[in-house]
Write a protein that binds this ligand. Structure first.
Ligand code: HEC
Ligand code: HEC
Ligand code: HEC
Ligand code: HEC
Ligand code: HEC
Length: 337
């Protein structure tokens, strides 16, 4: 275990070098890799946080004695997206293999509409401000966690308190009872976690997302999005049947018509337009999709953090070339090529 000092311009920051790769989402390693007792070493501050995507050393200590804020630890100045066991969600240079949630790099480099504008990484979205489309305005810019974020306990404003204990939870069983025992520290959400955050995902090795058959189930991944984007996930906003008003999520992929031919009739799980499952823990064959059983979700079309494409989509929907543009939609809408 060692700690390296990195220089970004004139700014000296501390970077974790040797956090061990955990088997489950539970941190291991020396306390001092991640915590600083007095925020002082040889009279110099140890703590840093991110300001507009750049690390800044700080004589003000971080909460919970941490060496950095959330995004500070989950950022890298290189291209790799897992660095010594830390899943990287913001690479300062183009990420080599973005993880399942995508990457905030694209918000900075491809445009504000490429992802969520999270405090520390970027300023507020110049067009949307702090108002989630389909929902009501928030009184603060998006954070990683807490009331104004996605991770942790969303009833608590302070994002460290909202996450308290999560990183030190041995979360073999995800039952949603605590933040640590929820899918990716999203309190109450269920699912099955691919241990490397889909760094090397294939059609048979990937996350399994919780889906539902109605809009009121609160354990589904789409219901998490709905906590802010309400109208996009409610029978009043979406409808209950064809003709739909907005694209349905948390409905079963029908076992008829074009949908029974999912992914070119192969029924192979598509990493471009994936589905959720009603029971992520008892999927008979992860490499296959079962129409009549599996579920359309927000993440069938979107990334959660950011993507190279307009509106955080998983594929290029705007600059087309019709065939290619429809490639994501036509994974399910197999008659629309
Ligand atoms: C000192 C470094 C550090 C800080 C600060 C930190 N994390 Fe992490 N985080 C890690 C490491 C290491 C892992 C990988 C081990 C694990 O999964 O717990 C991780 C994992 C995660 C995961 C993935 C969990 C999973 O189930 O795979 C999430 C989500 C996360 N952190 C969110 C946050 C949020 C939100 C904050 C701020 C409150 C935060 N982190 C602060 C080091 C840090
Ligand atoms: C890889 C990074 C990492 C390492 C190593 C680490 N921690 Fe933490 N710890 C965190 C993060 C991130 C938080 C804050 C968010 C949370 O609680 O999930 C935290 C929170 C805490 C908390 C407050 C929350 C709680 O669980 O009560 C305590 C106490 C704590 N750590 C003690 C320790 C001790 C003692 C060690 C060494 C045995 C240690 N930590 C090693 C990352 C780490
Ligand atoms: C804590 C509230 C919150 C949650 C939860 C949330 N969002 Fe958002 N979302 C926002 C806000 C605020 C904006 C507008 C500001 C921005 O783009 O950062 C936004 C914007 C968006 C945009 C448009 C991006 C742009 O810049 O044009 C998409 C797409 C989106 N969210 C999808 C999702 C999906 C999918 C989920 C679930 C995985 C989700 N959101 C969960 C608050 C939230
Ligand atoms: C994961 C599968 C999936 C993906 C990907 C998908 N759809 Fe759908 N779509 C469905 C399902 C299922 C329905 C509802 C079918 C029904 O009526 O039961 C639907 C409904 C629709 C409808 C409404 C039809 C009606 O009868 O009212 C339109 C339009 C549509 N989708 C367009 C698109 C477009 C455009 C894309 C790409 C941006 C897309 N879909 C991607 C599965 C998907
Ligand atoms: C079938 C694919 C598909 C699904 C499923 C889907 N979206 Fe979208 N979403 C899109 C597309 C495509 C756009 C781009 C704008 C458009 O064509 O309407 C978009 C745009 C958005 C926007 C930006 C709206 C704005 O005003 O800028 C938000 C927010 C959003 N989606 C959130 C969600 C949430 C939350 C869910 C789940 C409840 C969801 N989406 C499910 C395809 C989808």
């Amino acid at each position: 275990m060692r700690v390296r000092r990195l220089v970004f311009g004139n700014i000296v920051v501390v970077c974790l070098l040797c956090v061990c790769m955990p088997l489950h989402a539970e941190v291991t390693g020396e306390c001092s890799n991640c915590h600083t007792m007095h925020n002082s070493q040889g009279g110099q501050p140890m703590a840093y946080h991110l300001v507009n995507g750049q690390p800044v050393a700080s004589s003000t200590p971080n909460p919970m004695l941490l060496v950095c804020d959330c995004i500070g630890c989950h950022t890298s100045d290189g291209t790799n997206t897992i660095v010594n066991g830390v899943p990287i969600v913001y690479n300062m240079v183009s990420p080599n293999k973005p993880l399942a949630g995508g990457n905030f790099y694209y918000v900075i480099n491809n445009g504000n509409n490429r992802g969520h504008n999270v405090f520390g990484i970027s300023g507020p979205d110049p067009n949307l401000g702090n108002t989630p489309p389909g929902g009501t305005s928030m009184s603060s810019q998006l954070r990683c966690a807490g009331k104004y974020g996605c991770h942790g306990d969303r009833t608590i404003v302070n994002q460290f308190l909202a996450m308290k204990g999560a990183h030190h939870t041995h979360d073999v069983v995800l039952d949603g009872s605590t933040v640590g025992k929820s899918y990716r520290f999203l309190k109450g959400v269920l699912g099955k976690e691919e241990p490397h955050w889909e760094h090397d995902a294939t059609s048979s090795v990937h996350n399994e997302y919780q889906g539902a058959t109605d809009f009121s189930t609160s354990t589904s991944i789409s219901s998490l999005c709905a906590q802010c984007h309400g109208n996009f996930h409610s029978s009043t906003g979406v409808g209950d049947n064809s003709p739909w008003f907005r694209h349905p999520t948390d409905i079963i992929l029908p076992n008829k018509g074009e949908y029974q031919h999912y992914n070119d009739d192969t029924l192979d799980y598509s990493l471009i337009a994936p589905v959720a499952r009603l029971d992520p823990n008892s999927v008979a064959d992860p490499s296959k999709v079962v129409p009549g059983q599996d579920v359309v979700m927000c993440l069938s079309c979107h990334r959660a953090h950011g993507s190279p494409y307009y509106k955080m989509l998983r594929w290029d929907y705007t600059n087309y070339d019709l065939d290619k543009a429809l490639s994501g939609c036509s994974v399910c809408h197999t008659n629309k090529q």
